[in-house]
Design a protein around this ligand. Structure first.
Ligand code: GLA
Ligand code: ZN
Length: 676
């Protein structure tokens, strides 16, 4: 099943890297070795020009693209394609000195000086014009190059600007959003509190650190505005490329990041043709197991993949070795690169790419791992690991274009995340919306069940089980969708902190969960207890105990059944997990945060009600699958510390062609891929 609406860029699995030849233009010896060594490592793609603005336009209006075309030609002649970035990730110094408005203003109202990267004012029309010029020139010169397989817009968008231009744009955005009616805004923002009412839209300021910081709806809307401005800005770049390029069908992406707070990626994703993202898991840390880190990686892939959930995504960057920006930059242990890369493919990626091909001799990332390190040798452990991945990708090439099909989903919403975060109350340290969504996703993995990570706007009817953790901000239309879903036979789990506020962070009246959700779940949540880190409670359910931490709500039953009750404290024996039959389905409510180790006790019940097939996996084995119309690719990873025997396997091991019918023992950090 090929599902690339735009046509798959390569029709093969991509093995690529960020490549910065502009740092080495005076070193032809290095540049010619690069091609030779890329081929040796099985590299078939290079991402060029990510930060090349000052090489393209060293002084305003003077352009140099010869070197780029020369490099693209040479790569192409050697079977290596190009993903071409627009250079807007960092600005040349001349621009900042001549046009200071392009530099960002911080939350205290101070303008940056020139330096660093990713710090432009996206509202500046002047900056946008400069970007249009360089992007159009690039598209004219390189847009129909036969080696070009995709465009990569800018780099890792993020951050906010509090300048006067952004302030004005924010006010215009609010005028539209609130029908040019300041009274409507005041009502919706509850701005009579602490005398915060506005007389006019021109009174409104962004939430400066030293300014209006206590109006929850203002802070929430500022996040939405920031997203809006990024989406608006990326269209400038995309339009410039599409207009100027002779080849209009080259797909366009931008590299996204891990659970990124600043931008609602769903809005940004609408503008691009395929999803790509940069993954840097904190392997071998001292606070969680390797299995946990791999589970986190699986969640992150699912969240990013599901931004366009019926297509494979691209891993645009990963570290072939260590990075240089973590608190502790630990080396990847043997086999980890191999296993992580294959897990990425198992989770739906059609590419493994690296930051970066060759370490720079100087600059901020001179000690960041790269395929080629300062020794210039291909005899290094890291180079051999990368070359091995190149071999693996060739062997498993048939996987390209296959897709994921999941029957379970976890809801993840950016504005819910922001709303929980800006709300007063609970505990600053334990809200952890994103981690909680991840923990629910991970709770399915021991059963061999993968979940999609979806929006409330996605089609619920694709799923037998939906888990909606902490859906604090909820719109009336979502409530109706949930009711339809359950009455048509769906199994839904909602948790503590569901349905507290509307889209403007105004609390629902009449008890939580608000606005009709009480009917669906058959409960009223009267209070929420915030636990100290050392506090524990428990839930007794079907003769088992589930340990509770962080949050516990006190429920009154309307017409749900209490299937679990609190064990301790003054709310002992009160309902903690409830279930209500609603139409053909069931609505479960989990009133307290259950520790990860005990989530399986609840999940088992949900999966069985949903009729989702589970796998009997030994401890330490992580399972994923990809599908075509004709076959399934099953991936088994040993992420534990000991050898593990997987039983009842049937299929062909696509790495060595061996036919398997029975049990296979997988060593730690190794994996098998079966075609069944
Ligand atoms: C990000 C950036 C790269 C590089 C790497 C380092 O992903 O996109 O330019 O800085 O981080 O890990
Ligand atoms: Zn600005």
């Amino acid at each position: 099943m090929k599902s690339y609406a735009m046509g798959h860029p390569l029709n093969k699995l991509i093995h690529g890297c960020d490549y910065n030849p502009d740092q080495w233009l005076d070193r032809p010896d290095i540049l010619s070795k690069d091609i030779e060594y890329m081929k040796k490592a099985g590299i078939n793609e290079a991402t060029l020009g990510v930060f090349s603005w000052s090489a393209y336009e060293p002084v305003e209006g003077e352009f140099h693209f010869e070197w780029l075309i020369e490099v693209m030609d040479r790569l192409y002649e050697n079977g290596i394609s190009t993903i071409l970035a627009t250079p807007s990730g960092a600005r040349p110094v001349w621009m900042d000195h001549k046009y200071p408005e392009v530099m960002r203003v911080d939350t205290m109202g101070h303008r940056n000086r020139h330096g660093f990267r990713h710090n432009h004012c996206l509202s500046s029309e002047l900056f946008r014009d400069k970007v249009r010029i360089i992007d159009s020139k690039l598209a004219k010169i390189a847009g129909d190059h036969p080696g070009l397989i995709a465009w990569h817009i800018s780099n890792e968008f993020g951050g906010e600007c509090f300048c006067d231009l952004c302030k004005e744009k924010f006010r215009d955005y609010l005028r539209k959003r609130f029908h040019n009616d300041i009274d409507e805004l005041n009502r919706e923002w509850w701005s009579s509190f602490w005398s915060a009412s506005y007389n006019d839209f021109s009174d409104i300021e962004p939430p400066y650190h030293n300014g209006q910081n206590a109006l929850m709806a203002l802070k929430l809307e500022w996040h939405r505005f920031t997203t809006y401005n990024y989406a608006d800005y990326i269209s400038v770049e995309i339009d410039a490329i599409k207009e100027a390029s002779l080849k209009k069908d080259v797909p366009i992406t931008t590299n996204l990041m891990q659970r990124f707070y600043d931008i609602d990626y769903r809005e940004l994703s609408k503008r691009i043709d395929f999803i790509s993202w940069d993954s840097y898991p904190k392997f071998h840390n001292d606070y969680e197991t390797y299995e946990d880190t791999m589970g986190e990686s699986a969640f992150d892939h699912a969240l990013l993949r599901c931004l366009k959930k019926d297509k494979p995504f691209f891993l645009m960057e990963s570290a072939p070795a260590h990075v240089n920006w973590m608190d502790y930059n630990k080396l990847k242990r043997p086999h980890v690169h191999d296993q992580f890369s294959c897990q990425t493919v198992a989770c739906g990626s059609d590419s493994i790419q690296y930051f970066q091909w060759r370490r720079s001799r100087g600059g901020a990332e001179q000690f960041h791992g790269a395929v080629m390190d300062h020794s210039g040798s291909t005899d290094t452990r890291v180079f051999k690991d990368v070359a091995h991945t190149g071999e693996v990708l060739k062997k498993i090439a048939q996987i390209e274009g296959s897709v994921k099909k999941n029957e379970a989903a976890v809801i993840f919403e950016w504005d819910c995340w922001w709303s929980i975060d800006v709300s007063g109350g609970f505990s600053r340290n334990t809200k952890k919306y994103d981690i909680t969504c991840m923990d629910h996703f991970k709770s399915l993995m021991p059963f061999g069940v993968e979940a999609d990570v979806i929006s409330v706007n996605d089609d619920f009817s694709d799923y037998k089980l939906i888990i909606a953790p902490m859906l604090f901000l909820i719109r009336p239309e979502t409530i109706e969708k949930m009711k339809d879903y359950v009455s048509n036979g769906g199994i839904l789990l909602a948790t503590y902190m569901t349905g507290y506020v509307n889209e403007n962070s105004l609390c629902y009246e009449g008890g939580f969960p608000g606005n009709g959700l009480k009917d669906l779940f058959g409960i009223i949540n009267d209070e929420i207890d915030t636990l100290y880190p050392s506090d524990r409670n428990g839930i007794s359910m079907n003769g088992e105990t589930l340990t509770v931490k962080d949050y516990a709500e006190l429920l009154r039953l309307i017409d749900a059944e209490a299937i679990g009750t609190y064990i301790d404290d003054f709310y002992k024996d009160m309902p903690a997990i409830t279930c209500k039959k609603y139409g053909k389905g069931k609505a479960y409510y989990q009133a307290a945060r259950i520790v990860n180790e005990d989530m399986g006790k609840l999940v088992r019940l949900l999966l069985s009600d949903a009729g989702i097939n589970t796998k009997d996996l030994p401890s330490g084995i992580e399972y994923h699958a990809r599908f075509t119309d004709d076959c399934t690719y099953e991936f088994y990873f040993n992420v534990g510390e000991a050898p593990a025997e997987v039983t009842g396997l049937k299929g062909t091991d696509i790495l060595n062609g061996e036919v398997i019918n029975g049990n296979v023992t997988i060593l730690p950090k190794r994996y098998i891929i079966l075609r069944t």
